[in-house]
Design a protein around this ligand. Structure first.
Ligand code: PMP
Length: 889
């Protein structure tokens, strides 16, 4: 067959898709090419866009048979029928049989019913058998009405007739018509000769198309062979669907052995079983959790496919990072959608530069795919025979409502879960029930056909064509919170329960957040505690006697107790501040300094534990800065020497560096300090969220940290001190016992350091954060994060062009990892990670300019920081993305 002939009806500039089907009238079989195996020329059967004709399979046949029998009695159907999917509100297939139109199979998503409209061309095959559904115009129409031309006219019916498409008889002529509300509109009536043609089965179709199929195979195998060595390895992207099943078979013939399947976690069980039964297919585990992401992102839509990025593209990126540059054979075809109609033989994957895609069956229609698989006796996913047309995730927005309706019967549990989510979502958003029932959730902005459905039935839409919410139906936050907690899926736990933990953080979903050292996320328990304060007992603290103030004061006080216990600091004073910075400044300003005093600090410090001390120079205080060793550990000998060299009032040192992740030997430092009468302040901003901390064991005098970095609310921090030796730096309400005209007596305990109305909700939220962390166990958090950190550091170190600034010993570092890429500004790396993979990392000097200067990194570093909700896959994704950036330089 010449290429030109095959692409008949093609307009200038249009992609070369075939718009007709050939049919051998002698054998009564469809043909892939113009000529039948019997030697006869096929006749042309015009098809409808997107021209992806396919065989009617067992499930389709059963459905058509049921509908035809309901309408016309037991009319036998031919064994070979084809379906030509066309545009419609939902499923809309032109049914082809005997080389012509046989009818239309449609699904109405509103009434949830399938419908079969018989075509006039089917009458020769139906008339001899139809026992009902025939309207005889002579007896059924009002007398005298039927005159002259009948086709295209409407007649009132005098006898009852079934609604819908019927066969119309008028004298000896037949046609089809539509009955609606007591009237019939007749299309045309003509003389019909009944026919009983041969009724071949699909095995004859395969035989008659043998040459064509062989040629298709040869060409496809050649295409694969032409490109399989374009990159060091080749593999097949296998989805469990028919197209990739064909491609897998072809690729193996061409000599490509490797194949991979991405398990999104929302596949239909039959697909999982089918994939597992294919030898040599590597199964790539999911990276993200759909059920968690959907709580935040909402249902995916055809115009809002966030799920693909999370469930397909990210795992693919990870897989490819391990495989390296490769050729991937895939089953994409022109006919699947208009978007794919210009697909070339090879294409560079835009999201994954490592991958060159080859599409050997791009010119095949579904008909060719099925015929080929049947000819080759290749097993096909059983879901096709059950009636599904498209195989993928069971709640894919690209699926038809008709398919979803089918799954309702075959996979009720799966459907029930998604239905429950949709109803819940609609309830929260105040969306009408039709949003779920009609499948309107499948679009963010409804397409014209669905807008029309909504307009006809009075469903209100917004200006952007999304379904309008009704104000009064929107749930209040308390209800939302309760429902979210109740609907959280049970997750099987092995080792550290990161999946369950992630479920507690409403903000986590489809983003990869690796900036927890800047601020962490808060779990629902923390948010809920703050909401409860606002909703139930908001009042000021430490003032008055009414019941609300008593509850608020008690809870706020209790939060201090919880925080103190969490850091082993019951015997000291625990003051709530707005952050670490405020806590350190309170110490710097609350101690009585005199000229000649000495402060020893380190080059590792955050500006917040540096500037308050260097600022004291103005009061004649000497400040000594201890360096780090080449392995990024603190130079303890230098610190000891400095403290021994001259009386030192205070040593201020970080517990863990927010740039290098280095953990400092604070217990050792405390011993040095105490041996020389020095006070010790430890900045625990980066340690408290990630490891067990016991201030008593450390032996420090001041311990400062931020609540917002340890799952608590923003605007919260803590200053713990062994003894209340500081002068309060703020004076006013709430911090006094008595006030006279001459002076005041400060209140005991933390109150004297918390002048004015504090951040009450924040403090209570911080108490809840501590409770949350305690339940998980800081030892467990530390262990889990240590493992993740090693994975990240090892991964990054393995990439050429990447420099990692981290201690070697896993026990001497936390999950804060700084790195640079040769030739790229850290901000550029961070921007690319966000834009390409939606990974959020920090870049720049991280408020540690003196350290950056010492390290010779004027542009700073890229910093990835982990938390207890970070997953291995996220770490791997970062490594893969950095590797990709490096390859592109
Ligand atoms: N010290 C260290 C080690 C830090 O990492 C930070 C925050 N990056 C701070 C102090 C300052 O914390 P905050 O901004 O909460 O005051």
């Amino acid at each position: 067959m010449s290429r030109k002939k095959a692409y008949m009806g093609r307009m200038e500039g249009e992609p070369p898709v075939k718009k007709v089907l050939f049919w051998c009238e002698r054998c009564n079989v469809p043909l892939v090419g113009p000529k039948c195996g019997c030697g006869a020329e096929g006749k042309k059967v015009p098809l409808l866009q997107p021209y992806d004709v396919r065989p009617a399979l067992k499930g389709d046949m059963a459905l058509i048979r049921k509908l035809v029998h309901e309408q016309f009695g037991s009319v036998p159907l031919p064994r070979v029928m084809l379906l030509n999917k066309t545009g419609g509100v939902d499923r809309a297939d032109l049914v082809i049989a005997h080389g012509g139109r046989f009818g239309w199979l449609t699904f109405d998503p509103v009434n949830r019913r399938f419908n079969f409209d018989i075509a006039p061309e089917a009458l020769p095959y139906v008339l001899g058998h139809a026992s009902k559904g025939i309207v005889d115009l002579e007896s059924a129409a009002a007398a005298g009405e039927v005159r002259g031309r009948i086709g295209g006219k409407k007649f009132a019916l005098t006898a009852p007739a079934p609604e819908g498409t019927v066969i119309v008889k008028y004298r000896n002529r037949y046609g089809t018509g539509t009955v609606k509300e007591g009237q019939i509109r007749v299309k045309e009536v003509v003389t019909v000769e009944t026919r009983r043609p041969a009724n071949p089965d699909w095995s004859l179709v395969i035989r008659r198309n043998h040459i064509h199929l062989k040629n298709l195979e040869k060409e496809a195998v050649r295409t694969i062979r032409r490109h399989m060595n374009d990159r060091p390895t080749a593999n097949v992207s296998f989805s469990g669907g028919k197209d990739s099943t064909a491609v897998l078979h072809l690729a193996r013939k061409a000599g490509v052995e490797k194949a991979f399947f991405i398990d999104t976690g929302i596949e239909i069980q039959e697909t999982i079983d089918f994939v597992a039964s294919r030898p040599g297919v590597e199964i790539i585990e999911k990276t993200g959790d759909f059920w968690q992401a959907v709580e935040k992102a909402g249902p995916p839509g055809k115009d809002h496919r966030w799920c693909c990025k999370l469930l397909k593209l990210q795992p693919l990126k990870l897989y490819l990072a391990g495989v390296g540059p490769c050729v991937t054979v895939q089953g994409n075809r022109w006919y699947e959608s208009w978007n794919r109609a210009s697909l070339e033989e090879t294409s560079q994957n835009p999201a994954n530069p490592l991958q060159l895609n080859v599409s050997p069956i791009r010119s095949w229609r579904a008909l060719e795919v099925f015929l080929y698989l049947w000819w080759q006796k290749v097993e096909i996913n059983p879901l096709y025979e059950m009636g599904l047309e498209r195989i993928g995730c069971f709640l894919c927005p690209a699926m038809l409502e008709s398919e979803y309706e089918l799954l309702r019967e075959t996979h009720p549990d799966m459907v029930a879960r998604w239905d429950a989510f949709l109803e819940d979502w609609a309830g929260k958003k105040g969306l009408p029930g039709e949003y779920c029932r009609w499948g309107l959730w499948r679009w963010r902005a409804l397409p014209p056909k669905m807008r029309e459905v909504c307009r006809e039935r009075g469903i209100a839409l917004n200006d952007d064509y999304s379904v309008r919410a009704s104000e009064e139906k929107v749930m209040r936050p308390a209800e939302v919170t309760q429902r979210e907690t109740a609907s959280a899926p049970a997750v099987k736990e092995e080792g550290f329960p990161v999946a369950r933990i992630r479920g507690d953080f409403p903000i986590l979903g489809d983003i990869v957040y690796l900036d927890s050292a800047a601020t962490s996320f808060s779990p629902e328990a923390v948010v809920g505690a703050m909401v409860e304060f606002e909703h139930r007992y908001r009042a000021n603290v430490g003032r008055g006697v009414h019941r609300l103030t008593q509850i608020a004061s008690q809870r706020y006080w209790h939060a201090h107790e919880k925080v103190a216990a969490f850091i082993g600091g019951r015997n000291g004073v625990t003051v709530f501040t707005k952050n670490t910075t405020e806590a350190i400044n309170m110490v710097a300003q609350g101690l009585p300094w005199k000229p000649g005093d000495r402060v020893v600090t380190t080059i590792l410090e955050h500006h917040s534990n540096y500037l308050p001390w260097t600022h004291l120079k103005m009061q004649g205080v000497e400040v000594v800065v201890i360096p780090v060793r080449p392995d990024y550990s603190l130079d303890l000998d230098a610190l000891r020497e400095a403290v021994e060299a001259a009386p030192t009032r205070l040593v201020a040192v970080t517990h863990a560096s927010n740039v290098l992740g280095t953990v400092t030997p604070v217990e050792e430092i405390a011993r040095i300090c105490h041996g020389h009468g020095s006070l010790l302040l430890v900045d625990g901003a980066q340690s408290v969220p990630h490891m067990p901390v016991d201030v008593a064991r450390i032996g420090c005098d001041f311990f400062c940290f931020s609540g917002h970095k340890m799952l608590g609310p923003t605007g919260t921090g803590v200053l713990w001190m062994k003894e209340p030796i500081l002068e309060p730096t703020m004076l006013g309400g709430g911090m006094v016992e008595t006030v006279t005209t001459d002076g005041f007596t400060p209140a005991a305990g933390y109150q004297q350091y918390e002048a004015g109305t504090p951040n009450i909700a924040g403090g209570i939220g911080l108490g809840a954060a501590v409770g949350y962390l305690e339940k998980i166990g800081m030892e467990e958090v530390r262990q889990y994060e240590e493992e993740l950190t090693s994975r990240l550091i090892d991964g990054l170190k393995g990439i050429e062009g990447v420099h990692v600034y981290a201690a070697e010993d896993p026990a001497a570092r936390i999950g804060v990892v700084s790195f640079t890429i040769d030739g790229l500004h850290p901000h550029e790396v961070a921007r690319r990670l966000d834009e390409d993979t939606e990974i959020m990392v920090r870049s720049g000097h991280h408020c540690c300019m003196p350290l950056m200067e010492r390290l010779g990194l004027p542009d700073g570093t890229v910093r990835a920081s982990l938390a207890l909700y970070t997953t291995r896959q996220e770490v791997d994704l970062l490594v893969a993305s950095v590797a990709e950036i490096c390859r592109g330089i």
